[in-house]
Design a protein around this ligand. Structure first.
Ligand code: DGY
Length: 340
């Protein structure tokens, strides 16, 4: 019997083990208030007390013997990490709604539960997508750079003219919680909202008259703005490849607050450089924290360092979801925010 098979029931049934015996690895420095629920439950915390992702070797070493692991984006949770943690591991809780950094089948095989932070970050991420779209459409970064450089010579009739959102055709790809919240914001700006996903979203249609586009390729050719809100899966990697980027009308705008690898970043740079696209506003990148060097000098892009969920209230709610999930699993309960 494999080690994984031997351990496969480790989180299936409630355990009577004293919570105090459990050790929770936390992979970044976090405010004490966020950690308090774990301490109050009598859990022993092992904190990797730094802002940046730990080196892989350190993560593997620190995971050894952990009962629960609180991970972040950038901490790859795969068979190697799970095996390094060993048979005590019951739950991996990620401080994110996305869980593409976690190998779910490997967790399942070992009986390790996985929890994420749905809903907590919906509005903050939709706000940021809207802020990016407005910044791009109205050329905020270019205007600010002009002013700060001392190059502004006063008001001009043709200066930094932007893109009209009223009446623009905006395609939302991935009409889940965040995509729908973004669609509602765009609708409030009087744009025409279309959406593409695996199935129609009647609630969104009823709320704002959004139109379902079952065929992505057909929808792209008619879209002035494209905003990505789909999860990263093997099927959505490079969903926007060179061909699809070029099928958008000349001058179209692209916004991505979902996951960088949804776009072929090199193809995006080409389409921006030669003026096929009017601009791109990005919060996420294909190889974070690396940013394609071709993006940085372009004036028709807005670039943010993955800030979608970065508000105080949102991050506190995300922390509460993580600590609730860890506490529930260690009490032998199934939290609502399990994935997979
Ligand atoms: C997520 O939660 O997946 C975001 O990308 C980070 O908050």
């Amino acid at each position: 019997m494999s080690g994984a098979a031997e351990r496969s029931d480790r989180s299936a049934a409630p355990r009577g083990a004293a919570a105090g015996a459990a050790r929770v690895l936390v992979t970044r420095a976090l405010p004490e208030a966020w950690l308090a629920p774990l301490r109050e439950a009598g859990l022993t915390l092992d904190l990797i007390d730094q802002d940046e992702a730990p080196e892989r070797d350190e993560l593997l070493a620190r995971a050894r013997g952990a009962t629960a692991v609180w991970v972040m984006l950038g901490d790859g949770v795969d068979a190697e990490l799970l095996d390094a943690a060993g048979p005590e591991l019951r739950v991996v809780a990620t401080f994110s709604v996305g869980y593409d950094h976690i190998d779910l089948p490997a967790c399942r095989e070992r009986g390790v539960l996985v929890a994420n932070t749905p809903e907590a970050l919906t509005e903050a991420t939709a706000d940021l997508a809207m802020a990016l779209l407005l910044a791009l459409a109205r050329r905020l970064s270019e205007g600010e750079a002009l002013l700060r450089s001392g190059g502004w010579q006063g008001w001009g009739p043709q200066q930094l003219m932007g893109f009209d959102l009223v009446g623009a055709r905006v395609l939302v790809v991935g009409p889940g919680r965040i995509g729908s919240a973004f669609a509602r914001r765009v609708h409030a700006f009087e744009a025409e909202v279309h959406y593409h996903g695996r199935r129609p979203n009647p609630a969104l249609e009823e709320a704002i008259g959004a139109r379902f586009e079952p065929d992505l390729d057909a929808a792209l050719v008619r879209s002035d703005v494209l905003s990505l809100h789909a999860p990263l899966t093997p099927q959505t990697r490079h969903l926007l490849d060179a061909r699809r980027l070029r099928s958008l009308p000349r001058g179209a705008l692209v916004v991505n607050t979902a996951r960088g690898p949804l776009i072929d970043e090199a193809a995006l740079v080409d389409a921006l450089r030669d003026g096929h696209l009017g601009g791109a506003a990005l919060d996420v990148y294909e190889r974070e924290p690396e940013v394609h060097p071709g993006l940085v000098p372009l004036s028709n892009v807005v670039l943010l360092p993955h800030l979608g969920s970065a508000t105080r209230g949102t991050r506190a709610r995300m922390a509460a979801l993580v600590t609730d999930a860890i506490r529930a699993v260690l009490r032998g309960e199934r939290p609502a925010n399990l994935v997979g």
